[in-house]
Design a protein around this ligand. Structure first.
Ligand code: G6P
Length: 609
């Protein structure tokens, strides 16, 4: 999704902005651009495609300045093109970069056209820059012109604004889209996330909803949504600049798959005392909240939603806790029935997914008193909007297809099942069993990673296929969904997942030798049922790839290839069986030559609806 980097400094900011844009590439984008103020004029470069293209353009025809804004665009209004790329300029003297969606842009466009403003793009963003220019023409100061403009915008925005006749100020504001200020020595920067600025600073100010900041070389003034001057704390980030580098790996996704045992150990660290899960791991008053709640409602999108689907099985089967789950984009508009004593659990890697945030606000509007976020980004909007939080500690996830964040979410959710479940009658023995199993996850992941070479070989069976089917039952049905999602996201092979019991109700009609059927078959109470489903597919000529517990001693049959998995308990098997499906999708994508880390049309952090 769109990324913003901007800065005001005593040095030329162009190389810093370019480096920042590269660090935001993972968010997904289709064009890039940059504008600087120099000698009271604005200079701009924009390019369709990758930041590398913009960099080449800048090396051929350099621009420089102490004040600049830069952007990667993920098209919403108007196709990917140079004309639609940001920054957008008005009257040759104001330029903006924008992340978000302006919902009343059509009405503003009509009005501005009547006042004689000429539009050069199809974007919703362009109304913002013309509106600021209009206020400036009417004699308002730069700051006041931006304030008056954002006051009439409906929708979501993070903005960086420059004005060539005020070359000492960079204006930044946000509502509904993320934006952070990087505090340097004699310089300030803004960016959509801190990863963009780690090479220049570790000190950050997180803007609140409705904040507007005026950045100068030596000072920053922040106005809150009521136009009062406020002071926001400076937070020191613990992230190292190389936390977002690929290292020895060919792709971020592979690096992140291999980081999973570490990410999970980190997520478990310090949250238990003598193998007893601490309520305080979820926040100061978590114990009191858990004592009061009567049910759980999970809200999430994409891969995080799949983690929630697994958790629903765990909450009800292990914890006997009534649990509902819904994709956030549906929940937010459905006017659902929800009682105040429900614990709303949001799950999000980024903590900035617009639908998940909006669904949380909707739940609060409907009277829900307690919200808990499972999130990978401590400073994110979702964390700040929730009273309880369990941070996954997976480190920055750069590959668009989520891997280590997903398995860390599963671990965090299993911890939550224990914490809530013990209030609903989960026996101390079962609690102890779950906790012991949790600590075996990192070691078991290491074992599965040893299958990498054989899964790479297996991936060749998919390279010329157009469709694939994934099957699972119980907690492994969501794992099948996640396996199918991974494959479609990065290899562009159409993949669907079904609970295996549904085969006879439709998907069996699709079975032929051209449709690989990937089956997740751990050694649990549904195994015998699943074996029957496998035979149903095999009898119809379907080609099965079955991930199965090695202890079962099964071997290949005609049409059935068995991949032997380490023996693990049914409690943690969804986490363990995720790993080979990630590796499979990865190797198929590499064989197909797709852009593994930045698949077409997708964004890492979906900050608009
Ligand atoms: C996008 C990403 C997915 C992610 C989903 C939800 O679609 O490409 O990988 O699962 O957003 O993101 P979140 O940050 O809320 O987990």
């Amino acid at each position: 999704m769109c990324g913003i980097v901007a800065g005001i400094a005593q040095r030329n900011v162009v190389p810093i902005l370019l480096e920042g844009l590269k660090r935001l590439e993972y968010r997904g984008y289709d064009s890039a651009g940059l504008a600087v103020v120099n000698d009271k004029q604005i200079f701009r470069k924009r390019e369709l495609g990758k930041v590398k293209g913009l960099e080449t353009l800048l090396s051929q025809d350099p621009i420089k300045g102490h004040l600049g804004i830069a952007h990667t665009r993920w098209a919403t209004h108007g196709k990917p093109s140079t004309e639609n790329a940001h920054p957008h300029i008005s009257q040759d003297n104001v330029a903006v970069v924008h992340n978000g969606i302006i919902e009343n842009h059509e009405q503003l466009r009509t009005e501005l056209k009547q006042y004689g403003f000429r539009f050069t793009s199809e974007t919703d963003t362009e109304v913002i820059v013309h509106k600021i220019a209009e206020f400036l023409q009417n004699g308002l100061s730069f700051v006041q012109a931006v304030k008056n403009t954002v006051a009439i915008l409906n929708g979501a925005y993070a903005l960086g604004v420059i004005y060539s006749l005020d070359p000492d100020s960079l204006i930044a504001c946000r509502r509904g889209s993320p934006l952070v200020i990087g505090v340097g020595i004699g310089e300030f920067f803004i960016a959509s996330d801190i990863a963009a600025l780690l090479p220049v600073t570790r000190r950050f100010i997180f803007l609140e909803e409705g904040d507007l900041a005026v950045l100068k070389i030596d000072a920053v003034v922040i106005y809150d949504k009521n136009d009062a001057i406020v002071s926001r704390p400076i937070v020191e980030s613990q992230l190292k600049a190389d936390a977002v580098e690929k290292g020895q790996y060919r792709h971020y996704m592979l690096k992140e798959i291999y980081e999973q045992s570490w990410a999970i150990s980190e997520t478990l660290e310090g949250r238990f005392l003598d193998k007893q899960l601490l309520d305080s791991a979820f926040g100061h008053n978590a114990g009191l909240v858990f004592d009061q709640i009567k049910s759980v409602q999970i809200l999430a999108c994409g891969t995080s939603y799949h983690a929630g689907l697994v958790a629903r099985y765990w909450f009800e089967t292990l914890g006997r806790v009534p649990c509902n789950i819904e994709v956030a984009s549906e929940f937010r508009y459905r006017n659902p029935v929800i009682t105040p004593d429900t614990l709303v659990v949001t799950i999000s890697q980024s903590g900035e997914t617009a639908d998940t945030l909006a669904a949380l606000l909707e739940a609060k509007r409907l009277g829900v008193k307690h919200a808990l976020a499972i999130c990978n980004v401590p400073e994110s909007s979702l964390v700040r909007a929730s009273d309880l939080v369990l941070l996954t500690r997976a480190g920055p996830e750069i590959g668009v297809a989520s891997t280590k964040a997903f398995t860390s979410q599963l671990v965090a959710l299993l911890m939550l099942v224990v914490a809530v479940g013990r209030r609903f009658g989960m026996s101390p023995a079962l609690e102890q069993e779950v906790v012991s199993e949790l600590f075996t996850v990192p070691g078991n992941i290491e074992k599965v990673l040893k299958l990498d070479a054989s899964i790479e070989l297996l991936s060749q069976r998919f390279a010329d296929k157009h469709n694939a089917l994934f099957l699972g039952r119980g907690t492994h049905y969501p794992i099948a969904l996640e396996g199918a999602l991974k494959l479609k996201e990065i290899s562009y092979i159409h993949a669907e997942a079904y609970p295996a019991g549904e085969l006879k109700h439709g998907p069996l009609a699709l079975i032929d030798a051209e449709m690989p059927v990937v089956t997740v078959a751990p050694n649990d109470y549904l195994l015998e049922k699943l074996k029957s489903n496998i035979q149903e597919v095999s009898a119809r000529g379907g080609q099965l790839i079955v991930f199965m517990d090695e202890a079962l001693g099964e071997s290949d049959e005609e049409n059935i290839q068995i991949i032997k998995m380490p023996s693990v308990s049914h409690i943690i098997s969804p986490i363990i069986y995720t790993i080979p499906l990630q590796l499979l999708a990865y190797h198929v994508a590499v064989l197909k030559g797709t852009d593994v880390d930045q698949p077409r049309n997708l964004a890492k952090s979906v900050t608009v609806e």
